[in-house]
Design a protein around this ligand. Structure first.
Ligand code: BES
Ligand code: MN
Ligand code: ZN
Length: 497
């Protein structure tokens, strides 16, 4: 989809629909809505007076064939109470409106800058949010439908009308790059396991590298053996698909140092292994590579935004399947840093492959590490499907990551990492065991990972809701692409220091 920006009068724009907004408890149309209303001989004002338009959040009212405008329709979207407007609501409202208009066969939408100046929202930030909301909200995954449903066309363009050409264009481009990266992660996550294998994840990284001239390396089994990646090899030994360790590097400044390492779990299907999962909902485990997809997609966006900072994504990728060669409960394997790990449950596989990836990131000299993983069901139980669990060994770093998430409208919540939790994963016969029992499962998993980062400042994000069951704001049914925007925001904010 194309995001255009123009300076001028919205009433003169030819499009399938002009989108204007209305706040709850406001008696008359304001801003662009007022200008449009004049051309409609007060139709919007009348509908407000009659109570048809209330301005409730995401309420959509369509006025057809307005004669004095070159546009075919006017759509009024509610934004809720003015004092409560946030960027998340701006993104959500435009996403909902775009989807509704797509349903009517509208191909081109025009809108003034939504939320400009309200509650301190700056013009460029609002424009970026609009671009993000439109691109995210209109996302579909139709590759496998030979006759796609809802086939009433596509929204081809959003024209944002504002006052200052340069600022508008930059902000719109930034929003589009970021949202398209999220959609790229969604595509990877929505792909079933028979397509999105470790090999295909590596191919995706290679394609990104080629398109944006980045450095990419892919390690195979032999190299993993050389490096002593016993965790990744251990999980992979039950599968016929060859495992891959993917490294994608963006260099934004004159130095080989890695300023930020982004480590993402790449389990392309998690059956649980020998400790097999119940069949109900097992299909959801095709998205167990969401962390890996997120870090590759974040680097893809960073490569286009070009901040002066070095960022490398590390993705250990494999399936977790049961077979005659699979890991068994009670097996003991050795991670890259020499620590021995006792397997009590082969379904706690994410931490085993991340152990090696974290060791490798540390050995590469990364100054800061963020890992992203669909690591535990326990985190979903604790926080529900709308909040990411955040864990750290460094408060200053997590504060920055949480702030980046807040700005992106992706909620994360810090969980405790008290030392006493470590006792729950003490093994009787190895250095550490891979489960700590039923209680505090998300925390003991994070304590396990902490064993492999040494003193490097590190944040672990446990993704709890990568699959959405309905359309809501920027989310559509299926993969969410969380926390790609958090990661991009974090990288950009680190580069600005
Ligand atoms: N990929 C799962 C975690 C998961 C489960 C994410 C459901 C999202 C929804 C992970 O590999 C796993 O199976 N974790 C186990 C750990 C347990 C065996 C200690 C879990 O959470 O049950
Ligand atoms: Mn598992
Ligand atoms: Zn898993």
């Amino acid at each position: 989809m194309e995001i255009k920006t123009v300076v001028g009068d919205i009433t003169g724009i030819k499009s399938g629909a002009i989108l204007v907004t209305h706040f709850e408890a406001t008696k008359t149309p304001e801003g662009a809505a007022a200008a449009i209303d004049k051309k409609l001989d007060g139709a919007i004002a009348n509908l407000i007076k009659q109570g048809d338009i209330k301005g409730k959040l995401n309420e959509l009212t369509l006025l057809l064939g307005p004669s004095k405008l070159p546009a075919s329709r006017v759509a009024v979207v509610g934004l809720g109470k003015k004092a409560d407007l946030t960027l998340t609501k701006v993104r959500g409202a435009i996403a909902e409106a775009c989807r509704a208009l797509r349903g009517k066969g509208v191909a081109d939408i025009a809108s003034a800058v939504i939320g400009d100046g309200v509650n301190g929202i700056k013009t460029d930030i609002a424009v970026q949010a609009m671009a993000e909301g439109a691109v995210l909200g209109l996302y579909t995954f139709k590759r496998y439908q030979t006759k796609p449903e809802n086939g009433n066309g596509e929204v081809k363009s959003l024209t944002i009308v504002g006052k200052e050409k340069a600022a508008l264009g930059k902000a719109a481009a930034r929003g589009k790059i970021i949202a398209e990266a999220v959609n790229y992660a969604r595509d990877m996550e929505n792909e079933p396991g028979n397509f999105m294998t470790p090999t295909r994840m590596a191919e995706a990284a290679r394609q990104i590298a080629k398109k944006y001239t980045l450095k990419v390396e892919v390690f195979d089994k032999e190299k993993m053996k050389e490096l002593g990646m016993g965790g990744l090899l251990g999980v992979a030994q039950g599968s016929q698909q060859p495992p891959k360790f993917i490294i994608l590097t963006y260099q934004g400044r004159q130095s080989k140092d890695i300023d930020i390492a982004l480590v993402g779990k790449g389990i392309t299907f998690d059956s649980g292994g020998i400790s097999i999962k119940p069949s109900e909902n097992m299909a959801d485990m095709k998205d167990d590579m969401s962390g890996g997809a997120s870090v590759l997609s974040a680097v893809m966006a960073v490569a286009q935004l070009k901040p002066a900072i070095n960022v490398t994504a590390f993705v250990p990728a494999t399936e977790n399947l049961p077979s005659g060669t699979a890991l068994k409960p009670a097996d003991i394997i050795k991670a890259m840093n020499g620590k021995t790990m006792e397997i009590l449950n082969t379904d706690a596989e994410g931490r085993l492959i991340l152990a090696d990836a974290l060791c490798y990131a540390v050995k590469s000299g990364a100054k800061e590490i963020i890992d992203v993983a669909t690591l535990t069901g326990a985190c979903q139980i604790a926080l529900g499907t709308i909040t990411t669990g955040a864990f750290t060994n460094n408060q200053a770093l997590i504060d920055k990551v949480l702030a980046a998430g807040k700005q992106a409208g992706e909620n994360a919540w810090q969980m405790p990492m008290f030392d006493d939790y470590k006792e729950m994963i003490k093994s009787d016969i190895a250095d550490i065991k891979n489960t700590g029992g039923r209680y505090a499962g998300a925390i003991t998993a994070a304590k396990f990972l902490e064993e492999f980062v040494g003193k490097t400042p590190w944040v672990h994000l446990d993704l709890t809701g990568p699959i959405s069951d309905k359309e809501k704001g920027c989310l559509v049914k299926g993969a969410s692409g969380v926390p790609v925007r958090t990661l991009i925001n974090f990288v950009l904010s680190e580069a600005k220091k």
